[in-house]
Design a binder for this molecule. Structure first.
Ligand code: ADP
Length: 489
């Protein structure tokens, strides 16, 4: 029987999805999904249960592979929410505590304290491409070692494993035979040196994380072991962090190609080729490392995008569904002079004002809910333009188009705004599961379903390309006004 299917697991923040990608028809099918339980033990803390995650993955894989023959399956790729940390027992494979999720702010004060040492911050930025923030994994690991008796006991007994969710899942699926992570996930920990492409002993010491508790780092297209699902033995290979996976899934395989994912937050990533470029306004990270070599990415994280739409719906009750944001905002010709800064969870790239709060400006007696909603949509596109302007100053971006995916790309008004304000075409990916697709492509490279990346380049197609309407002075001056508001926050 000919091999035909590549499987992918997407360990998302709110849900786990698995799918089968047909390499002959290029279609994704047999999608299974499970919600992930979120725990909020204190304000600002976010946890998940690693054991529940693994069980859900196995259940989803059983569903997805039910009618497939072992011989038809190339293998399984994995993509995951990045930075989230699990600590587990090397013997039992059981988590020692709940996983600390990327959104968790419990180490915020500790990071503020560390940031006072400017010399260290510069050194860390030069080595990791990151800034000291509770978002990244290192201080979450330090916290576990400081505060969990289970974790310290396991460490003292030489049984402690710590890592991101990819490494925990592979460990469990291979029954403890493989304790690995990939370069894209490792580069989100603050413990990985972009220049040496390995764990950094100084950084491990600085954050108090013993290097012998960390996984071995392997290439993204590396075969890492086997799992058995429904009695079928499936090879695992092709592990990649979610945003890098979406970059790969949207076939941004040439330097200068870039994409934005509009989900809860928005993430712009640009492929910057084989040499890292450092700039404090953006993050430098590994895109992927394969047998073809290392590829780096510049990343701009915007903390609030789709979450602003949820807020309009769930908290302000201005819209009944996310979709209604489009019709309501489209019912007025402009925002009536209203401006919105989408800082509901602080402001990320390129402003980095973590303590900023969202603001409306210019509200008058004539402002309506339609103006407000339109201003919110505009605010999200302005922030994206600011990241884009910053990125293209640092690195020459491909002049063809910005590729986009994620829930908000269903909103034609937002996508048209985005294209207009950037003076640039915006191409919506035809494949809504482009994050999973990235892991499928990576697994495909690993197991020989694709020859090389050039072959992937030809697989991309957009469902819609938004092109900019003619230049408008008012639009540009509105953007400048929005920038002034942000700069004075
Ligand atoms: P995540 O993976 O972060 O959960 P998704 O890519 O699934 O995010 O996108 C969900 C987000 O997209 C939600 O915040 C939702 O409000 C927003 N969204 C979905 N449809 C629309 C729409 N038509 N207009 C604006 N926002 C939308």
């Amino acid at each position: 029987m000919n091999k035909k299917y590549i499987l992918a697991v997407d360990l998302g923040t709110t849900s786990i999805r698995t799918l089968a990608y047909n390499t002959q028809t290029h279609e994704c099918s047999r999608i299974a999904r499970r919600e992930v339980t979120q725990f909020y033990p204190h304000p600002g803390w976010v946890e998940q249960d690693g054991a529940e995650i693994v069980k859900s993955v196995v259940d989803c894989l059983k569903e997805t592979t039910k009618d497939l023959d072992e011989a038809e399956i190339y293998g399984l790729g994995i993509t995951n929410q990045r930075e989230t940390v699990v600590a587990w027992d090397r013997n039992t494979g059981l988590p020692l505590e709940h996983a600390i999720v990327w959104q968790c702010r419990r180490t915020h004060d500790y990071c503020q304290e560390l940031r006072k040492n400017k010399r260290k911050c510069d050194m860390i930025h030069k080595r990791t491409g990151l800034l000291i923030d509770s978002y990244f994994s290192a201080t979450k690991m330090s916290w576990l070692l400081e505060n969990s008796k289970n974790v310290t006991t396991a460490y003292e007994n030489g049984l402690l494993c710590m890592g991101t969710l990819d490494s925990y899942l592979v460990f469990c699926l291979t029954n403890g035979k493989s304790f690995v992570t990939d370069h894209s996930n490792a580069s989100r920990t603050l413990l990985y040196n972009l220049n040496t492409q390995s764990w950094d002993a100084d950084l491990c010491e600085f954050f108090g994380v013993p290097m012998n508790c960390l996984a071995k780092i392997v290439n993204n297209d590396c075969y890492v072991g086997d799992c058995v699902i429904n009695g079928k033995t499936i090879k695992i290979g092709g592990i990649i962090g979610d945003q890098q996976s979406s970059l790969f899934g949207q076939n941004c395989v040439n330097s200068g190609d870039f994409k934005t994912t509009y989900g809860t937050g928005a993430f712009m990533l640009a492929n910057i080729g084989s040499k890292p470029v450092f700039n404090k306004k953006l993050i430098t990270t590994v895109a992927w490392k394969t047998r073809e070599g290392m590829t780096y990415a510049l990343e701009g994280n915007m903390y609030s995008a789709g979450s602003c739409i949820n807020w309009l719906k769930d908290r302000l009750n201005l819209i009944k569904s996310a979709k209604e944001s489009e019709s309501l905002a489209g019912s007025v010709a402009d925002t009536g002079g209203v401006f919105f800064v989408p800082a509901l969870a602080g402001l990320g790239a390129p402003f980095w004002k973590g303590n900023a709060r969202a603001e409306f400006r210019g509200i008058t007696l004539s402002s309506t809910s339609a103006h407000i909603v339109r201003a919110v949509l505009r605010g999200i596109t302005y922030n994206t333009r600011a990241v884009y302007d910053c990125m293209r100053e640092i690195y020459p971006l491909n002049q063809r188009e910005m590729r986009v995916d994620g829930g908000m790309t269903a909103n034609a008004l937002v996508m048209q705004f985005q294209s207009d304000i950037m003076h640039f075409p915006v191409a919506v990916s035809a494949e809504s599961e482009s994050t999973s697709l990235g892991a499928c492509y990576m697994a495909g490279l690993c197991f020989g379903a694709f020859k090389d990346m050039n072959e992937l380049n030809e697989l991309y197609y957009a469902s819609h390309i938004y092109t900019p309407t003619p230049h408008d002075e008012k639009r540009e001056s509105n953007y400048k006004h929005w920038l002034e508001i942000v700069e004075n926050l």
